[in-house]
Design a protein around this ligand. Structure first.
Ligand code: PRP
Length: 183
């Protein structure tokens, strides 16, 4: 692992701060309309979705509850381990609620698939999934997210909550990390 500075380690910026803000505003408007007159339970899947979640909730003009859960499937590597662990569960009763699961990225789809299956057993009125990034992977049977910010190619991205070994979550943009950092 080779981590120096964002200036040295980021190959290029895929989405700027402004592009992200404008897309988050659009998704916020779509969800505001969808949940007009309702009070969705917005659930942030920590840690990656932290920035997207807080930005998205502030772009939504409806009543809501917010909760934070933590799931993990990547253990400091660049590939999914295939095993999802719910590190921190929600403490809010989901029965009869419109639940909105907010993720930073959908890659193999295992995390969202696992969470949707788990929360469906708690009798919510509906479950909506949202991810800032939807990685284009060649798996036709992969879980489909309901709303996404941007589709991206199969590149290793960091920033706006996304990390490499916990580095670079705090970048205000989404960028591609150089291969030499993780090879
Ligand atoms: C990342 C990301 C998603 C998941 C997506 O989480 O935040 O939760 O992987 O991958 P998948 O579609 O292949 O399941 P990670 O386990 O790295 O935890 P983090 O959010 O704390 O970085």
């Amino acid at each position: 692992m080779l981590i120096r500075s964002a200036k040295e380690d980021i190959k290029y910026v895929m989405f700027s701060r402004e592009q992200i803000a404008s897309r988050v505003r659009e998704i916020g408007q779509i969800l505001s309309e969808k949940f007009q007159g309702e009070r969705p339970l917005m659930i942030c899947v920590l840690r990656g979705a932290a920035f997207f979640f807080t930005d998205l909730c502030r772009e939504m003009d409806c009543l809501m509850d917010m909760d934070f859960i933590s799931a993990s499937s990547y253990f400091n590597g660049t590939k999914s381990s295939g095993v999802v662990r719910l590190v921190k569960d929600s403490s809010i009763d989901m029965e009869g609620r419109h639940v909105v699961l907010v993720e930073d990225i959908i890659d193999s789809g295992l995390t969202l698939e696992y969470l949707v299956k788990l929360f469906a057993t708690r009798n919510p009125k509906s479950i909506t999934t949202v991810a800032m990034l939807d990685k284009e992977v060649d798996k036709p049977e992969r879980f489909c997210v309901d709303y996404y910010g941007f589709k991206i190619p199969d590149e290793f991205v960091v920033g706006y909550g996304l990390d490499y070994a916990d580095y670079y979550r705090n970048l205000p943009y989404i960028g591609v990390i150089k291969e030499e950092c993780y090879q």
